[in-house]
Design a protein around this ligand. Structure first.
Ligand SMILES: [Zn+2]
Length: 334
């Protein structure tokens, strides 16, 4: 079983004192803060050494922001790549994390564009060109808010990307309000957990596009898994995500985000469940760098991984870390 650690390398989010979605070039407080990213890189350096001491070669992939908002704030799409690419590469591989943020003159804030196909195609294309022009070859992507539609998926495929890691099989969110910004719109309600080449007519289903869609790990809540709903952990995330506009029909446990594991309940059961998953020969664990500004979360990351390995040993499962490129190669050659 392969473990794919997947990091959405966003700047600090609003709740840790970061981006408030109203900052624009020319305004006083336009700069994004990246304290979370810097702290996480610092932490992972020690973490990687420590894991090497245990004989575990730690790997991860950071999907770094390059999009319209970054261009507006830094003057170029690859502003964040220019600042952080070399630092991240010392510890991790780097993918592309485009958020389709668009400025609303009416509401004076950034919002998630998810309807204007022409605009989305142009931004993704221009951004990818700019990355290449500056020597950053984006072979793998994770979309902001996990959003895709037929146009964005075909665009990434046309641009020659090898794989996208945005799918949350079974999950759907109609979006929620943050200030005046509507965010978090996505739909993977028809998607199966196995990697697939998306269809041009329906990005959620298998078809003939060149790009690979490699889904994140989600759990269907049915049959024997219902017992997990009786735990505080899952009940809390269920209520929280329902309140934030997640579709009640998407009967999936939120994917294995670090924050979901930060509650102590039933961690052992969840880890065992992960190891028994037969749908794929990989599991994903993901987080945002600003999660690790909290020292408790740093300890949890370490604890989860160490316990995962000790549980795997008990179950006779061999675990290893893979990055995006290795996971893609494994899947492609299967
Ligand atoms: Zn993001």
């Amino acid at each position: 079983m392969n473990i794919f650690i997947h990091v959405d390398a966003d700047p600090d989010r609003g709740f840790v004192g970061g981006n408030k979605l109203i900052a624009r070039h020319g305004r006083q407080a336009y700069d994004l803060k990246w304290n979370g990213l810097l702290a996480t890189l610092n932490y992972l350096e020690k973490f990687t050494d420590k894991f090497q001491g245990f004989g575990l070669g730690f790997k991860s992939t950071f999907f770094l922001r390059a999009d319209e908002q970054i261009k507006n704030l830094y003057g170029t799409y690859c502003g964040a790549f220019m600042r952080f690419y070399d630092n991240i590469r010392q510890l991790s591989s780097v993918g592309w994390h485009p958020h389709l943020y668009r400025w609303s003159n009416l509401n004076r804030c950034w919002y998630q564009e998810c309807h204007d196909n022409e605009w989305m195609r142009k931004v993704l294309t221009d951004c990818h060109e700019d990355l290449e022009l500056h020597g950053f070859y984006a072979q793998f992507a994770k979309m902001g808010w996990c959003f895709h539609n037929n146009t964005t998926m075909k665009t990434l495929s046309d641009l020659g990307l090898s794989a996208d890691f945005s799918a949350l099989p079974g999950a759907k969110c109609l979006g929620h309000l943050e200030g005046k910004s509507v965010l978090d719109v996505y739909d993977w309600s028809k998607t199966e957990p196995q990697p697939y080449h998306p269809s041009e007519e329906d990005y959620q289903k298998a078809g003939g596009l060149d790009i690979f869609e490699i889904p994140l790990t989600t759990y269907k809540v049915s049959g024997p898994l219902v017992f997990l709903y009786t735990t505080k952990l899952t009940l809390e995330s269920y209520i929280k995500f329902r309140l934030r506009g997640y579709s009640p029909s998407s009967q999936v446990m939120f994917p294995l985000g670090l924050l979901n594991l930060s509650k102590k309940q039933n961690l052992k059961k969840i880890l065992e469940l992960m190891l028994k998953l037969k749908e794929n020969d990989y599991i994903t664990l993901y987080f945002h760098p600003d999660d690790l500004l909290d020292i408790n979360i740093q300890n949890i990351l370490e604890n989860v991984i160490l316990r995962l390995f000790s549980n795997a040993e008990k179950h006779g499962v061999e675990l290893s870390f893979v990055d995006a490129s290795e996971l893609y190669s494994l899947i492609r050659t299967k």
